[in-house]
Design a protein around this ligand. Structure first.
Ligand code: PLP
Length: 362
């Protein structure tokens, strides 16, 4: 649909992110948006119910202090080093606004990564410079560091583990980027780190230019609640607060603050469910290799796979006919043959393998 002439001219220039579909098909095996296959902690649900009964006529705490304290305790930080927002997508939007607008200097990022980063660049008018992944589809840290050291840039943004490859970098490699880019922020989006990646949160104390972004959507099973966080030294968090309070004083409602806090405090449930996902991931990787798929090594709750004998789009369409939904990215060309498959419950994974077995036997 054409953009209405009633709009501000900039609206026509936007290139919005397209999220994975959320269809309502009975019996669908939904492995396309990296949601957690397990429900959230029962303690989180109880806290949300209690919050719903108590005080919804009042505004929530604009600082989300109790939640920030819980996150700080979990990560060995102070509450002043924690920022929270309405999903990590909002946290990322504020961070791009706060740290990466530097008069035309380009933001450095991998060519294949979370595609929302480029959307924020478009939204805020930030130039970007893409660094190709290496031949094994890993982030080329040496090339990024060399580019950052060679001349002006607005900063570096990457996902670790990366999306949609699932491949992770050790924290020591993040440190190399921090050292190469001391005058700008290095943003590390750790949406999937709890499934086996190595977090850079421990580097916050030593690196004033590090911002680590987390979400409760994946490893805490709270995609529907919309809570994300950022960790960094106080001046960075203060900057994010300034942006937030210029946009929305109350991004997290009472239910979100209460539920997220209870989820963060339920360490036992967190460990149980993320271990179950990691176990299923390893079992699924084995099964897919058995079917002839190439499977990238994943530290996330999804697998990035391709079959040497079958077209990616065809495979995704065949699976859809069998009520199994996976994600495929038509661009860039280099990853067009891959399927990104979220790790489900053992039963969902088995249904996927059954469907693929039938498709490949045709
Ligand atoms: C899912 C995802 C997000 C968004 O998480 P929300 O908190 O649900 O907004 C951010 N970054 C990456 C890399 C993701 O995969």
């Amino acid at each position: 649909m054409p953009v209405s002439p009633l709009c501000s001219p900039v609206v026509a220039q936007l290139e919005p992110y397209v999220p994975g579909e959320q269809p309502r098909i009975a019996g669908l095996v939904k492995l396309n948006t990296n949601e957690n296959p397990y429900p959230p902690s029962p303690r989180a649900v109880a806290a949300i119910e209690a919050a719903a009964r108590d005080g919804l006529q009042l505004y929530p705490d604009p600082q989300s202090l109790a939640l920030r304290q819980a996150l700080a305790a979990h990560h060995g930080l102070e509450a002043g080093q924690v920022f929270v927002g309405n999903g990590s997508d909002e946290v990322l939007a504020h961070a791009f606004f706060a740290f990466f607008q530097h008069a035309g200097e380009p933001l450095l990022m991998p060519d294949i990564t979370y595609s929302f980063y480029r959307v924020y660049c478009g939204l805020w008018g930030i130039a970007s410079e893409l660094q190709p992944l290496d031949a094994g589809l890993a982030i080329d840290v040496d090339a990024l560091a060399a580019r950052a050291a060679a001349g002006p840039c607005a900063g570096i943004a990457l996902a670790n583990p990366n999306a949609p490859t699932g491949m992770g970098l050790p924290a020591a490699r993040i440190e190399a980027l921090l050292a190469a880019c001391p005058r700008r922020v290095v943003l590390v989006d750790e949406a999937y780190v709890d499934f086996g990646g190595e977090s850079a949160v421990g580097l916050v104390a030593r690196h004033p230019n590090l911002l680590v972004v987390h979400t409760l959507s994946k490893s805490r099973s709270l995609a529907g609640l919309r809570v994300g966080a950022a960790f960094g030294q106080r001046p960075l968090v203060d900057a994010l607060e300034r942006v937030k309070d210029s946009f929305n004083s109350y991004p997290l409602d009472r239910l979100a603050q209460a539920g997220a806090r209870a989820a963060v405090e339920d360490a036992a449930y967190f460990d149980e469910t993320r271990r179950a996902v990691v176990r299923s991931r390893e079992d699924l990787a084995l099964a897919l290799r058995g079917l002839g798929f190439e499977v990238l090594p994943s530290q996330a709750n999804f697998l990035f796979v391709r079959h040497p004998g079958h077209d990616g789009a065809w495979l995704a369409a065949q699976l859809r006919e069998r009520a199994v939904l996976v994600r495929r990215f038509a661009r860039p060309e280099r990853i067009a043959q891959y399927l990104r498959i979220s790790v489900g419950t053992p039963a969902q994974c088995a249904a996927l393998v059954r469907a693929l077995t039938a498709v490949l036997a045709r």
